[in-house]
Design a protein around this ligand. Structure first.
Ligand code: ZN
Length: 183
């Protein structure tokens, strides 16, 4: 298996959730952009929703640190501007308590899947991570939940969209596909 090429956009100034397509056939993406480049990560609605939910629940449950440490990732200067676009197979999100920054990591392969794993469409295996502040995270999560709901009624317990087929509520011990947990 080709080794996964890893990119780090550092602190992004812009992180946006969007969807394209007709209802029922929509595809979802998060676009992140910094001075180092841009990544467009396509994903399933459940993945986007889980990221949004994780950020929102975390932001509600924890106080901001009174004196966050400046976020200064030790990144080598980029050789060239990163331009990435892929469909996420694996996604994770983490939060750093001292800097109060969220970091999303996404890859087009599952790093734990073993040597037989292949990236979709025989793309080169890539992973990207990018970081953003708590206010940006809250904005992203609100936007993402809105995009996922797309005008449908929202569950009063978890804020998730209630589909015509029904709704499995994570607040009532329901489980979502592709559940994202904080690392
Ligand atoms: Zn719910």
């Amino acid at each position: 298996m080709t080794p996964v090429q890893k990119f780090d956009l550092g602190l992004v100034d812009n992180v946006v959730a969007a969807s394209i397509g007709k209802p029922g056939q929509r595809t979802f993406k998060v676009t992140a952009e910094s001075g180092r480049g841009r990544a467009i990560v396509w994903m399933e609605k459940e993945q986007l929703f889980q990221v949004a939910l994780a950020i929102r629940q975390f932001a509600v449950a924890t106080d901001r640190p009174s004196a966050p440490v400046r976020f200064e990732p030790d990144l080598p200067p980029p050789r060239e501007r990163t331009e990435l676009e892929f469909k996420a197979v694996e996604m994770s999100i983490r939060h750093n308590q001292s800097t109060d920054m969220f970091t999303i990591e996404a890859a087009n392969v599952d790093p734990d899947a073993g040597p037989e794993a292949e990236a979709e469409d025989e793309e080169d295996p890539v992973a990207v991570q990018f970081s953003f502040s708590r206010p940006s995270g809250v904005k992203l999560s609100e936007e993402a939940i809105e995009v996922c709901a797309a005008g449908r009624p929202r569950c009063p317990l978890c804020g998730g969209p209630i589909d015509p087929e029904g709704h499995v509520c994570p607040k009532k011990n329901g489980h979502h596909k592709g559940e994202i947990k904080f690392a």
